[in-house]
Design a protein around this ligand. Structure first.
Ligand code: IMP
Length: 430
């Protein structure tokens, strides 16, 4: 019963999309288990660049079935647009190639409007959300006022439910935030149309995946966001509203613990973050510019979903160790090693300090990182281009040492090293 889980080991944007694409070549099902279109997964295949927000990146591999799990939030407008975009690129997704859990929740324009209004009202305490309605839709789910995908199967009741929820949101929008109200009837009509189109895709995904696992099929769980954005285990309150950690895959797909096999943590060779919140190894200046890029290349550090420039810094091994523990990772995939070429020396954060006290583990989790000063170790950089490396021996000794230092700190193997955005620009180690 092999279930492999791919999780982000940092603050999201680790390059999970390209790792999922690689691992999906051997999977039968690729399932997203949490979040919504706040995610942005980029996969480069030849001259085609796919930027996916909702549909699992694994569907680019032709023999997979994509699944949107019950832990997800589905904005049907984004979903339809993404399906159209893939169709244009030659990837058609009929219901036999894409399934949506009946128990996933829907995002409406009311959630999106509330997200923007609430962020505005937070003033200096903004979270820096993607403004995709994620927080308000998960709040509605927890308050038991959400719109579940299965409601679309009963059109009359569904239209009423959408209207009522939009009317409720309008009270908050206008009375609490002074924002414009939405027209409930227009939203209901729009959602009735989505219901008609999406009906054939709706299944009990938990049953589908459990049956698949029981019959020896391979399921790949595709994480979105990252460990440090986890609602419980991340840098609260600067987190998302779902559970991107490995345990979230089981809950967000409706499968038990037993099938879990490999748990792959994806980390960049440096650190990035979008949105607010403490970032101990954050850099500004020349090295930051080098790491971020100008935005001219698709792989430069600008958000896939919002286009915001990402904050960048040295790799933080205290946080990587934390991610290894939180997710019980079995192995690590290291991405964007090529970007470090030309930086000398390189720094890695091996511990934190407050005054005279040094910490190699987080005493109380990562919620209050602002109190720590990073303790760095310096390693020699390398000047050669590594984008053509396909084997460990092709890497310069300094790059090998850098990877080994990460392995030592994580206490587990770095199994994959990506050296460029293309499918084949990866070193796979035994
Ligand atoms: P929300 O998920 O839109 O509510 O945003 C909450 C926080 O998570 C913000 O700091 C976002 O920038 C961050 N975030 C959400 N999704 C992603 C992602 O896919 N990559 C990186 N950061 C994300």
């Amino acid at each position: 019963m092999p279930l492999d889980i791919v999780v982000g080991a940092q603050w999201g944007d680790e390059g999970k999309g390209r790792m999922v694409d690689l691992l999906a070549a051997e999977a039968d099902f690729v399932a997203r288990y949490g979040g919504g279109d706040n995610a942005g997964h980029t996969v480069t295949v030849g001259d085609q660049i796919f930027k996916l927000h909702l549909i699992p990146s694994g569907v680019i591999q032709p023999n997979t079935v994509g699944v949107l799990g019950n832990g997800m939030l589905v904005n049907p407008s984004t979903l339809m647009a993404e399906m159209a975009q893939l169709r244009e690129a030659g990837i058609d997704l009929p219901p036999k190639r894409l399934r949506i859990s009946h128990a996933a929740h829907l995002i409406t324009p009311a959630h999106v409007a509330l997200d923007a209004a609430q962020e505005g009202a937070r003033g200096a305490e903004q979270i820096g959300t993607t403004k995709r309605g994620i927080g308000p839709a998960y709040v509605a789910k927890a308050a038991r006022r959400g719109l579940r995908v299965e409601m679309m199967l009963n059109p009359e009741d569904f239209a009423d439910a959408v209207e009522t929820r939009v009317e409720e949101a309008n009270k908050h929008l206008t009375q609490l935030y002074g924002a414009d109200a939405l027209d409930p009837k227009t939203v209901a009509t729009e959602f009735m149309d989505y219901a008609r189109q999406l009906k054939p895709y709706i299944v009990d995904a938990s049953q589908l995946l459990t049956d698949a696992l029981n019959s020896g099929k391979r399921v790949l769980a595709e994480g979105a966001q990252g460990t440090l954005l986890d609602l419980d285990h991340g840098t609260y309150p600067y987190v998302t509203s779902s559970s991107p950690t490995a345990a979230g895959a089981l809950l967000g797909l409706g499968i038990g613990i037993r099938p879990a096999n490999r748990i792959v943590g994806v980390t960049k060779a440096f650190q990035t973050r979008v949105g607010e919140g403490a970032f101990p190894t954050e850099l500004s200046g020349k090295v930051a510019k080098h790491l971020r890029g100008t935005g001219a290349n698709p792989w430069d550090e600008f958000g896939t979903t919002t286009g915001r420039p990402r904050r960048v810094g040295w790799i933080d091994l205290v946080l990587l160790r934390y991610a290894c523990r939180q997710n019980t990772l079995t192995e690590v995939a290291l991405t964007k090693l090529d970007i470090l070429s030309g930086i000398d020396p390189l720094k890695i954060c091996i511990a934190y300090r407050i005054g005279d006290e040094t910490f190699t583990e987080l005493p109380l989790g990562p919620a209050d990182l602002s109190q720590f000063e990073p303790v760095y170790e310096e390693l020699p950089g390398w000047d050669v281009d590594v984008t053509a490396a396909r084997h460990w021996d092709d890497l310069p000794p300094q790059a090998q040492k850098y990877v080994q230092r990460i392995e030592d700190a994580a206490g587990m193997p770095v199994r994959w090293i990506s050296v460029g955005p293309e499918r084949d620009q990866v070193i796979i180690r035994d």
